[in-house]
Design a protein around this ligand. Structure first.
Ligand SMILES: C[S@@+](CC[C@H](N)C(=O)[O-])C[C@H]1O[C@@H](n2cnc3c(N)ncnc32)[C@H](O)[C@@H]1O
Length: 216
């Protein structure tokens, strides 16, 4: 059992959510992430790959049009268990991104937030290529990632993932490493992409691109 899961068990479900939100806020303001995504356009059909407990999905569906439909997937058990929004326009499923690609479902917005650093570096390109395959033509992809910087915040984030969450393989990109892979997979190094930062640390990088033809 990790330190994080022990604390969660001791707190119980209601306090766990309060504590998880407060803890996460020390690293990233998810409201800023959701507002940045909503500012990119109007989206109706949204998938979050690696949605975890549903904290970002709660804010995303709140920030998007009331008609937007959300689909959250995660390889971990019980995805979306802390989702706190309207249950009629959201679905969560424990699934791998490749399963959803195989089902032929396509989305006008694909969001990947703080997932890459949990995936072994050799598998990241393939993972993002599968995310690209989920895009409908003209769809938008957003990758939000914590990047490595020489600051105290990064030392705290690394310690949190490595020792509190217990992810022994966690590994962070620098901002330029992240941009290079993002541009390569989603823009084929031609189309432009946008960049934003989420409070409270510039380690929170948000990259977004519209992919003209969906898969090409
Ligand atoms: C830090 S949480 C981020 C949760 C949510 N996206 C957010 O920003 O609030 C990282 C999540 O990525 C998930 N994850 C890791 N590897 C994954 C993969 N290959 N496919 C889907 N989810 C994955 C983990 O299970 C975990 O729930």
């Amino acid at each position: 059992m990790t330190i994080g899961s022990t604390v969660r068990t001791l707190l119980g479900p209601r306090l766990e959510q309060v504590a998880a939100n407060a803890y996460r806020r020390m690293f990233v303001d998810l409201d800023t992430v959701a507002a940045t995504v909503a500012g990119l356009g109007s989206f109706e059909n949204v998938i979050e790959v690696g949605c975890g407990e549903g904290a970002l999905m709660t804010r995303l569906l709140d920030a998007l049009a009331p008609t937007a439909q959300g689909f959250g997937i995660d390889i971990a058990v019980n995805p979306g268990h802390n989702y706190a929004g309207n249950n009629t326009n959201v679905e969560f499923r424990q699934a791998d991104v490749a399963d959803i690609v195989g089902e032929g479902r396509r989305f006008d917005l694909v969001v990947v937030s703080d997932v890459l650093h949990h995936i072994p570096p050799a598998d990241r390109r393939g993972f993002l290529e599968s995310c690209r395959s989920l895009l409908a033509p003209g769809g938008t992809v957003v990758v939000k990632e914590w990047v490595r910087r020489r600051n105290l915040a990064h030392a705290a984030a690394y310690g949190s993932d490595r020792y509190i969450s217990g992810d022994t393989t966690v590994a962070f990109y620098t901002e330029s490493e992240l941009e290079r892979l993002f541009a390569d997979v989603f823009c084929h190094n031609r189309a432009p992409f946008s960049r934003a930062y989420a409070r409270p640390h510039r380690n929170n990088v948000i990259l977004a691109a519209s992919v003209a033809g969906g898969e090409d």
